[in-house]
Write a protein that binds this ligand. Structure first.
Ligand code: LIP
Length: 265
């Protein structure tokens, strides 16, 4: 851990910008499932960072959205080469490269980089989080009715739509407004930065949230899995996070719906 040159790791992550901005590569699109895009940009970034990290840290394993993750090492990089692939394909340009270092299921380091505007969120466990080089403080703890909440509905999981939208409606009437950015890594970082105040989604993958979780934690944010337990990084998880009051609101609403008590007198 102490011997890792994190500046070189961050530099490698930022060098993915050339791949992301290559207009030709993102035309090569295939479907992993319904409403689930993958492009040549995703594959190129995954193999580029795998090679770079193998040179910088040969002893550390590698887990990535676009690789075969059958043998997962307890000490591993967790990469989402493009979080927000649909946004990339549609040129919505809210995408991030998200890389975390996980050691025995604890996230030690995380970087989330948006190549379209160079926003860079970085955190080192116990040493704080940084946005574009500036130390981040705790985000303002807004009252629920002043909160903007990111609503992750899982576009690839339409069978969850009723529950997601029932909860979404309930949250919407209790907060200022909902957002759909659809890059979970960016959404969690935005909660850390106070641009959003909370975020929830019933099921996402470790690479969507590993790096951003440390960034939010280092800023004093609150988070849990869908049912209120600790977030895990070895398998998919629900994700609920926010500043204190927003998190409390989201937990109350989600628990109410999951326990079947919603809309009862
Ligand atoms: C996507 C997320 C998005 C979430 C989707 C999906 P991808 O990641 O970041 O916020 O709603 O379920 O996981 O597939 O673009 O890397």
């Amino acid at each position: 851990m102490n011997t890792i040159n994190f500046d070189k790791v961050i530099d490698a992550v930022k060098r993915t910008k050339a791949i992301v901005l290559d207009k030709e590569l993102k035309q090569h699109i295939s479907m992993k499932g319904d409403a689930d895009f993958v492009t040549e940009v995703d594959f190129r970034i995954s193999s580029f960072l795998q090679k770079e990290l193998a040179v910088l840290t040969p002893e550390i394993g590698f887990m990535s959205e676009e690789e075969d993750n059958t043998a997962i090492s307890p000490t591993r990089w967790i990469l989402d080469p493009i979080d927000g692939t649909t946004n990339l394909v549609y040129e919505y340009n809210m995408c991030s490269v998200s890389l975390a270092l996980c050691v025995d299921e604890v996230i030690e380091f995380g970087v989330v980089y948006n190549p379209f505007n160079d926003d860079t969120f970085i955190a080192y466990r116990g040493k704080g989080a940084f946005f574009n080089g500036e130390k981040m403080g705790p985000a303002p703890d807004r009252e629920p009715e002043k909160c903007i909440i990111e609503f992750g509905a899982g576009s690839t999981k339409k069978y969850m739509a009723d529950l997601a939208f029932d909860i979404g409606k309930d949250v919407f009437v209790h907060c200022l407004d909902l957002r759909r950015i659809c890059s979970s890594a960016l959404s969690v970082c935005y909660v850390a930065a106070g641009r959003l105040n909370g975020y929830f989604e019933k099921e996402i993958k470790p690479w969507d949230y590993a790096a951003a979780t440390l960034i939010l934690r280092e800023c004093g944010g609150y988070m849990s899995d869908w049912y209120g337990s600790e977030i895990q990084f070895i398998k998919p998880s629900g994700y609920v996070c926010g500043t204190k009051k927003a998190f409390r609101l989201l937990r109350e609403i989600i628990d109410k719906h999951e326990n079947g008590t919603a809309d009862r007198p």
